[in-house]
Design a protein around this ligand. Structure first.
Ligand code: NDP
Length: 287
């Protein structure tokens, strides 16, 4: 396979992992980073260090950005006026609106623009199980789909520039909340002398038990009907009260269980008490 010229700007753990994957696949990689020393190991492996962002952009038609946020893109590429023939693939995370603005900004300079959200930690980039959400005009994504597939399985989610970030944020919503709930529960048990290591396998089994619930929950959400008499809002709401009460008694932070408790209380107030727990969705969704 012929190597392609690829520029990677941003050499945090993520950007470095990406460069390594492209090098492993015989591509010609040019890099630029605000702190140049972060390129040392990559240069030793064959990457070319550009001395300015403009030089980095000139080296390749495919420009991959891996930065802390979208503001960093403007800081780096703000002075580069002509981006025609370039495809900018911004794999930095930010809000969907920041992605949309960036799409308009890049296209006004003549570039094709694709946004992406990498769904695995840096050491997993390019490995089995890695995947990346992409959005932007399909033809702009398709142009470099093969090269991008090296980083992880591409999951193209639509033409709207904001969609990849929206999917990314939705996944992190689930991830961060679940992980925080484990820490909270561990703190609760620790007050009674139970070691987190003792609890961890039990929490893991609960996460596994919960996963299959999602299919039926999604069906009920989509139909707007929430039948069920096993796990009603009233029953789950009483449990939410107990979790909040136990947390208060143990002296651990109550923000997380109280947030859940509040949702159940709202759903009960709205008359969903006898419905399945999925009716919580009705008080969560945008009005
Ligand atoms: P880092 O924050 O470690 O790296 C960020 C990069 O952005 C560095 O190269 C940094 O340059 C550069 N940067 C930040 N601000 C500026 C600026 N104003 N001007 C110029 N350069 C700037 O991030 P990661 O490599 O960990 O992640 C990159 C992106 O990938 C982030 O958006 C992150 O959310 C996302 N991501 C990361 C994952 C991970 O596991 N690490 C997982 C999934 C997504 P310098 O070196 O000079 O500071």
């Amino acid at each position: 396979i012929e190597g392609v010229n690829i520029t990677v700007i941003g050499l945090g753990p993520m950007g470095q992992a990406m460069v390594n994957v492209f090098l492993d696949n015989q591509h010609h990689v040019t890099v630029w980073n605000r702190t140049a020393s972060r390129a040392d190991a990559l240069v030793a492996r064959g990457a070319v260090l550009a001395t300015t962002p403009a030089e980095a952009v000139a080296a390749s038609d495919l420009i991959v950005l891996s930065l802390t946020d979208y503001q960093a893109m403007y800081a780096i590429l703000g002075d580069v006026d002509d981006l025609s023939t370039k495809t900018i693939v911004n794999l930095s995370s930010d809000t969907p609106d920041a992605s949309r603005k960036a799409g308009a900004w890049a296209r006004a300079k003549g570039a094709a623009f694709v946004t992406g959200g990498v769904m695995v930690p840096a050491p997993m980039v390019g490995q089995e199980g890695a995947y990346v959400y992409y959005s932007g005009p399909a033809e702009e994504f398709d142009a470099y789909a093969d090269e991008l597939a090296l980083l992880g399985k591409p999951e193209y989610v639509g033409a709207d520039d904001g969609l990849a970030q929206l999917w990314y944020q939705a996944q992190l919503d689930v991830f961060l909340t679940s992980l925080a709930s484990f820490l909270h529960a561990a703190a609760l048990l620790a007050e009674a002398g139970v070691k987190p290591s003792e609890f961890a396998p039990w929490a893991a089994s609960t996460l596994q038990l919960a996963a299959p619930f999602l299919t039926e929950a999604a069906e009920q959400i989509e139909s707007g009907e929430h039948p069920g008499d096993l796990s009603t809002v009233l029953m789950m709401g009483a449990t939410a009260d107990h979790v909040a009460g136990a947390s208060e008694a143990a002296g651990v932070d109550t923000a997380l269980p109280k947030a859940v408790q509040t949702l159940y209380r709202k759903a009960i107030e709205a008359g969903h008490g006898k419905a399945n727990w999925t009716a919580l969705y009705e008080v969560i969704k945008a009005r």
